[in-house]
Design a protein around this ligand. Structure first.
Ligand SMILES: Cc1cc2nc3c(=O)[nH]c(=O)nc-3n(C[C@H](O)[C@H](O)[C@H](O)COP(=O)(O)O)c2cc1C
Length: 299
């Protein structure tokens, strides 16, 4: 993906396992080609009171409130990666471009592969989608990050906007090397027994199988417009889901909710992809990329 070389195209998505760096390293040991940390901001945040997570039909809704130890403490933890050259993406968030820049300056000397900008958290006011739905703010944030690091920068986009392409353009023009699509879909789960909101915060982000088709459409739309690397994310649980993402135009896939049942899913998906390529006589994964883009209707 651009200047990054991953051993395989499956990546742990940000945040699903909390702030522990250990879980990120564990995902790599289980066969993920890369892993993204929980999003980290300038100062420590406790996050919201319980309940922060609720299972719904074919997915779940979370409103964790971006709990994280803050950039200084996280920088200390990232010290463990020194000399290891692991494919770790650090996810960062902030309230404006100066906060994003401050986080980068605090973390950047550490030995990790790339950044992912969380421009898309749907349940925390002032950060996330308030920025991620505005091309102007996305341009400012991306420029500020770009000015403070030489590492690759991926912008993680929200599906909750009709300005997906404008926002992505703003990020790419301001220096983002790649895109991650998508974060969770804004939702409001209700508990029928109590008759009340199911999450402390009310609004949360829907993830898992329920959002797979939305994520596919977003990746398809982005690939129509951009040549930069794209990581497809949203509801991926099987090799078929991953292959569909590649056909839509993704270079790699991120897995979040499906990893809650175990990190074996990385190996299973990778084996499935290899068997599919062999069965179809396709020599390189890259040949699949964007295959569904060429138009025409299926017979
Ligand atoms: C509990 C939980 C916490 C999450 N925390 C973050 C986060 O800190 N930063 C971020 O960019 N995305 C976060 N996400 C979004 C995921 O990285 C991913 O974009 C989303 O869940 C869709 O992928 P999935 O359907 O495979 O889970 C979180 C998702 C969940 C379920």
């Amino acid at each position: 993906m651009g200047s990054l070389h991953l051993s395989n195209p499956t990546v742990l998505a940000s945040g699903v396992h909390g702030s522990s760096l250990e879980k990120v390293l564990q995902a790599l040991r289980f066969g993920a080609g890369a892993a993204v940390t929980k999003s980290v901001g300038t100062v420590p945040r406790e996050g919201y009171p319980e309940p922060t997570l609720v299972e719904v039909g074919d997915g779940m809704v979370n409103a964790a409130g971006l709990p994280n130890p803050g950039a200084k403490e996280f920088s200390r933890q990232l010290g463990k990666l020194e000399g290891k050259q692991l494919p770790v993406f650090v996810s960062i968030f902030g309230g404006d471009e100066s906060e994003f820049a401050e986080v980068v300056r605090t973390l950047d000397r550490n030995d990790f592969a790339a950044y992912e900008l969380n421009l898309s958290c749907p349940h925390v006011a002032g950060v996330g989608t308030e920025i991620g739905h505005s091309p102007d703010l996305v341009a400012k944030v991306t420029k500020a990050v770009r000015a403070n690091t030489k590492k690759p920068v991926f912008a993680k986009l929200s599906p909750n906007t009709d300005r997906l392409i404008d926002v992505a353009s703003a990020a790419v023009e301001a220096g983002a090397d790649g895109l991650t699509a998508v974060n969770t879909v804004k939702a409001f789960p209700i508990d029928v027994e109590t008759g009340k909101r199911a999450l402390w915060n009310g609004r949360g982000g829907l993830s898992g199988s329920a959002i797979r088709q939305v994520a596919l459409r977003c990746v398809y739309d982005l690939r129509e417009e951009f040549d930069v690397p794209i990581m497809g994310c949203g509801g991926i649980a099987t090799w078929e889901d991953a292959v569909r993402m590649f056909l839509a135009g993704a270079d790699a896939v991120q897995l979040g909710t499906s990893t809650l049942d175990g990190f074996e899913v990385f190996h299973q998906i990778n084996v499935g992809i290899i068997e599919y390529l062999e069965r179809k006589g396709i020599a390189r994964l890259g040949e699949l990329k964007g295959g569904a883009q060429s138009g025409g209707t299926p017979k």
